[in-house]
Ligand binder design. Structure first.
Ligand code: GDP
Length: 472
């Protein structure tokens, strides 16, 4: 309706143009930028977007190269359950607290920073596992520079190890391998390295590119070396941020605290956050009343890569939400209202993620280049057969990518990965768990279930040829 008004044509004309392009829309439907451009073009209009999204109300300042200062790497620890993620996080936290800063009560705030023996800082996200990592990524937040994959030397490379590696790789985040529990008599790190090589993770002493360290999260053996390897990886990334501007941060976690009101842990991305700053995070706003580090110590300011607990928001934003410092309270309030409104609209908006039906529409508007697929099946053989056949469907126009494949039930983490990577999930002789099904509904991720491989291949093939009749 708005678009028709802007172009001074009737709504019906716009709707029928949409239909001829394979989009079935209603009068109040929100259209994405891409669709608007194509439709307007049909009416002879050239579209210029004042901003690509509502967010652009907040212009992040560009930095001059000379203003950029080195910042600490942000690290997430991932791996199979019981391989020692929590033990490693705890060991590092307990032994690397900066000298002279003791006194406060260590509290879990979702992230902490340490200073290594060589005087360098590293920030750890304190929610081990790839689910949190991928959930953040699904919300557009990129808050991990390096991933440590923990594998227990007395066990094997397990499904969750592979999954974690996969999630890190899809996100393009460098990996350092930590072979843990090296203190155990039955530890066999060579076996782990061999298993890793089978999934194309070749560690350095095997001639590969992945740094690897034997550690014990129990005795502390190797942990300093592991941190040095992380720092080496960080050096290659040349991580920098401008500390001398209004802060931009990412929400790590937030909750309602009985005594203190809403508390949120944020990780400063760039700029410096100060007590008293007016802030906007997701659809919440407020003023930083007080700020604490993970040792419970009061802070006045926090620079890039620093995690801090802040008091003063009027609600709990979601983890992965961006936080900005605003000039005036009024501006912060107006934007938070606007975002709330947008969220409401979004929840009734049409599908945002890819589905087989959606392919036809995207093909029609010429914006479809890649189909990301996650394959889950009951046996390794069927996983491989299905993945290979799907890969072979790639054409010169559309590339099929199998971003993840595995044996077993479709899990929540599969759905999160699909959401973060705009993928569809194809299941063969498997079903989603009930929590995965619910999440898929919320995230609007398409899960296609098949019991005949041939059907799966044919449906994807038809969709890619734009032949699948849309279901209305
Ligand atoms: P997570 O599930 O990956 O977080 O694993 P945890 O950190 O909870 O560790 C699982 C179990 O392994 C716990 O009982 C730990 O005490 C034990 N553990 C972790 N690291 C080591 C280690 O280096 N050596 C030994 N012997 N035990 C460890």
């Amino acid at each position: 309706n708005d678009l028709a008004t802007l172009m001074d044509v009737s709504v019906n004309q716009v709707i029928s143009t949409c239909m001829s392009l394979g989009m079935f829309v209603s009068i109040n439907q929100r259209l994405d930028a891409e669709a608007i451009t194509i439709i307007a073009d049909e009416f002879g209009y050239d579209v210029q977007f004042a901003s690509t999204e509502e967010e652009a109300d907040i212009l992040e300042e560009d930095d001059a190269p000379e203003d950029l200062k080195p910042r600490a790497p942000i690290v997430t620890i991932m791996g199979h359950v019981d391989h020692g993620k929590t033990s490693l996080l705890d060991y590092i936290r307990n032994t690397k607290v900066t000298a002279g800063e003791a006194g406060g009560i260590t509290q879990h705030i979702g992230a902490y920073d340490v200073t290594t023996d060589t005087g360098k800082r590293i920030t750890f996200l304190d929610t081990p596992g790839h689910e949190a990592f991928t959930a953040m990524r699904a919300r557009g937040a990129k808050v991990t520079d390096i991933v440590i994959i923990v594998v227990a030397a007395d066990d094997n490379v397990m499904p969750q190890t592979k999954e974690a590696i996969n999630h890190a790789q899809v996100a393009g985040v460098p990996i350092v391998i930590a072979i843990n529990k090296i203190d155990k008599p039955n530890a066999n790190p060579d076996k782990i390295k061999e298993e890793l090589s089978k999934i194309n993770i070749l560690v350095e002493d095997w001639g590969g590119k992945y740094q690897c360290q034997h550690i014990s999260a129990k005795t502390g053996v190797g942990i300093d070396d592991l941190l040095e390897k992380v720092l080496l990886e960080a050096e290659l990334l040349d991580l920098k941020a401008n500390p001398d501007k209004k802060a931009v941060a990412t929400v790590v976690e937030a909750s309602l605290d009985k005594g203190r009101g809403y508390v949120a842990t944020v990780l400063v991305e760039s700029g410096t956050l100060h007590v008293g700053d007016i802030i906007l995070a997701g659809s919440n706003h407020g003023r930083v009343k007080a700020m604490f580090d993970h040792k419970g110590q009061k802070m006045k300011e926090a620079g890039p890569s620093m995690p801090v607990l802040i008091l003063g928001l009027d609600g709990a934003p979601q983890s992965g939400d961006k936080m900005h410092v605003m000039d005036t309270e009024r501006e912060a309030r107006e934007l938070s209202n606007k975002r709330e409104q947008l969220l409401r609209e979004q929840s009734i908006r049409t599908k945002k993620h890819i589905t087989l039906d959606e392919i036809g529409r995207r093909l029609a508007i010429g914006s479809f280049k890649e189909l990301n697929v996650i394959v889950k099946a009951d046996f390794d053989g069927s996983v491989e057969a299905l993945s290979d056949s799907l890969l072979k469907l790639s054409t010169t126009e559309v590339q099929v990518n199998i971003i993840h494949k595995g044996v077993g039930q479709i899990s929540e983490s599969d759905v999160l990965l699909a959401s973060a990577s705009d993928a569809i999930i194809v299941g063969f002789q498997v079903r989603p768990s009930s929590s995965a099904r619910k999440l898929a509904e919320n995230e609007q991720i398409e899960i296609r279930l098949y019991s005949i491989i041939y059907d799966a291949i044919n449906e994807v093939k038809d969709a890619m040829e734009g032949m699948l009749a849309p279901k209305i």
